[in-house]
Design a protein. Structure first.
Ligand SMILES: *[C@@H]1O[C@H](CO)[C@@H](O)[C@H](O)[C@H]1NC(C)=O
Length: 254
């Protein structure tokens, strides 16, 4: 999670998968945390926290694209059961707010290469883009298509079962990510705005939006796995990019 650029020791734990390369020419400078540091975990937490907002516009040197907004070409949400059962497909998404992440808790074992982290956000997470929705809300058939704005208020995310493995390339040890899982453990509220949900009938469309928002928990249960998958893919990609370039002994110096 640290990397050396020129003479600087840098860190870049982080979020993001690769669509758009970042234009900004800058260097993220971070102090390395030594494994022998008695407050190693506190050090890691502080350094990760300082890097997160700096990744907002991406980091060209490691080909990390902007994380705020983060651009996601598509996100498909499977159809569920019950009163609100719709197949929701989101396209050309921009996810706003990820750079407001606060690391509440982090536990990394630099020897076993295991890890855990818990994040909250100071800003709402906004998913803006277009959508198609098919299915039904109660008995009403839905076949909508238009702009969407999905707002997640106070999500709490947990990164679990982070497992790395040490591999050797040309005599130098690098870490590869073997496993990482993400759970949205809580959420205060989700606000959904799906324009043109009932094609051509604005009043019905507005009423349906009210109904869906009153029942956001139902829809969110469906949305959650896709959202978790999208976020974990972003994290895996960024961490992977960092680990690929920065040797293990620079990431976790003795
Ligand atoms: C999306 O919805 C949220 C919550 O209603 C609102 O604060 C935000 O301004 C909206 N964003 C856009 C681009 O419409």
């Amino acid at each position: 999670m640290y990397f050396i650029i020129g003479k600087f020791v840098c860190i870049a734990f982080f979020l993001v998968a690769g669509s758009k390369a970042a234009p900004a020419k800058k260097t993220i400078v971070v102090n390395a945390c030594r494994k022998s540091d008695p407050i190693f975990l506190q050090c890691i937490k502080k350094e990760i926290q300082s890097v997160v907002p700096q990744l907002s516009g991406g980091y060209a040197k490691l080909r990390i694209p902007a994380i705020d907004p983060f651009e996601l070409p598509a996100l498909d949400i499977a159809k569920g059961q019950g009163a609100v059962s719709i197949d929701l497909s989101l396209q050309k998404l921009k996810i706003f707010g990820l750079s407001s992440a606060i690391i509440e808790n982090v536990d990394i074992d630099p020897e076993k290469l295991t890890g855990y982290a818990k994040f909250t956000f100071t800003k709402p997470i906004n998913l803006i883009g277009s959508y198609t929705a098919k299915g039904k809300v109660q008995v009403l058939p839905i076949n909508g298509k238009g702009q969407c704005n999905i707002t997640l208020i106070d999500p709490v995310l947990e990164l679990l079962n982070l497992q790395g493995e040490s591999v050797e390339r040309k005599g130098v040890k690098y870490i590869i990510v073997k496993n990482v899982e993400l759970k949205a453990i809580s959420m205060r509220k989700v606000i959904l705005k799906l324009d043109n949900l009932f094609q051509g009938n604005k009043e019905l469309s507005d009423n349906l939006n009210v109904f869906i928002n009153e029942n956001w928990e139902l829809l969110f249960q469906e949305l959650k796995p896709a959202f978790e998958e999208a976020i974990v893919a972003i994290i895996k990609d960024i961490v992977g990019k960092v680990f690929q370039k920065i040797p293990q002994d620079d990431i976790f110096p003795a």
